[in-house]
Design a protein around this ligand. Structure first.
Ligand SMILES: [Zn+2]
Length: 292
């Protein structure tokens, strides 16, 4: 079964030829390729990748990552909008609002990417408004935590046509900060907000987040290595709202096969009729408004 990866930040040093073979071996049909501006304002990396290998990449705008996004959020949101329009990107990248240091950064001793930009800040409004006007989706990284849910819901209610992909379903790094989020809450959001989507990236079931020493992948049943039934049921009931994601970045490309395996374990947990929707059809429909 082919899969479309809706969310990866791939570096400019990627060996596209070698990687094409790895994608083919793993049955990854397309990757939404998001570039990394790295202080230059914008990268154009996705456009170069698509120019070099148009069959394997969907161009996504640069992600909202430090330093560009952090230094000047409204400026980066403005550049995003201009580039998305002028260069015809079908989607925007992942913008970090609340973001704890990622595991691979902690391993490298980099604790600085502990980001907080309120989602209802001016830059957040710019992104929601542009998405609402254009119909182009954008991705958010927002750690799951009680205190941030009202801000997000406020924005979803204010911009009901904005297409938002909340990345990393059920990735909860600090359980004690959460009393609300779970399959029932996500179901409520889906029913209430018609343009809210989720990407399904998660680390493996036994992954421990080094910052909290907890298992962040809350949708996993760690004994079976499959989805817990309540999460599988939620996805099966609303399959067009969930998309496969690998969340690659240049530091973890050696984990490509393992990450594909994790997403295939998610798909294998779902009823057969919805697997293809979650694997690639939902992504295609969101981006191109076409059922394949
Ligand atoms: Zn993320």
């Amino acid at each position: 079964m082919p899969i479309i990866d809706i969310e990866s930040n791939l570096g400019e040093e990627l060996d596209l030829q070698a990687f094409a073979h790895r994608m083919d071996q793993e049955g990854v049909a397309l990757i939404a390729f998001s570039g990394i501006a790295r202080g230059r304002g914008w990268s154009d990396a996705a456009r170069y990748a698509v120019a070099a290998d148009p069959w394997r990449y969907i161009p996504a705008g640069d992600g909202g990552l430090p330093p560009d996004w952090k230094r000047n959020p409204t400026g980066f949101a403005k550049v995003s909008k201009e580039r998305i329009i002028s260069d015809g990107y079908p989607m925007m990248g992942e913008y970090e609002f609340r973001h704890y240091p990622s595991p691979d950064q902690i391993q490298r001793g980099n604790m600085e990417r502990d980001e907080y930009l309120p989602i209802d800040s001016p830059a957040g409004h710019q992104l929601f408004q542009f998405s609402e006007e254009s119909g182009i989706s954008f991705q958010i990284h927002q750690e799951i935590e009680d205190q941030y849910l009202p801000q997000l819901e406020k924005m979803l209610a204010q911009y009901p046509k904005a297409k938002v992909i909340w990345c990393h379903l059920a990735q909860m790094r600090y359980q004690a900060r959460n009393t609300v989020y779970g399959p029932d809450y996500v179901r409520k959001l889906i029913e209430q907000y018609p343009n809210l989507y989720f990407d399904l990236f998660s680390g493996p079931p036994d992954h421990i987040y080094p910052g909290s020493k907890e298992y962040p992948g809350k949708y996993w049943d760690r004994t079976t290595g499959k989805l817990k039934p309540e999460w599988a049921k939620l996805i099966a009931d609303h399959p067009w709202r969930f998309m496969t994601a690998l969340d690659l970045n240049p530091f973890i490309m050696q984990e490509f096969s393992r990450k594909v395996g994790m997403q295939r374990a998610v798909l294998d947990s779902l009823p057969v009729p919805v697997r293809e929707i979650v694997a690639y059809k939902a992504a295609w429909k969101l981006l191109f408004n076409e059922e394949i």
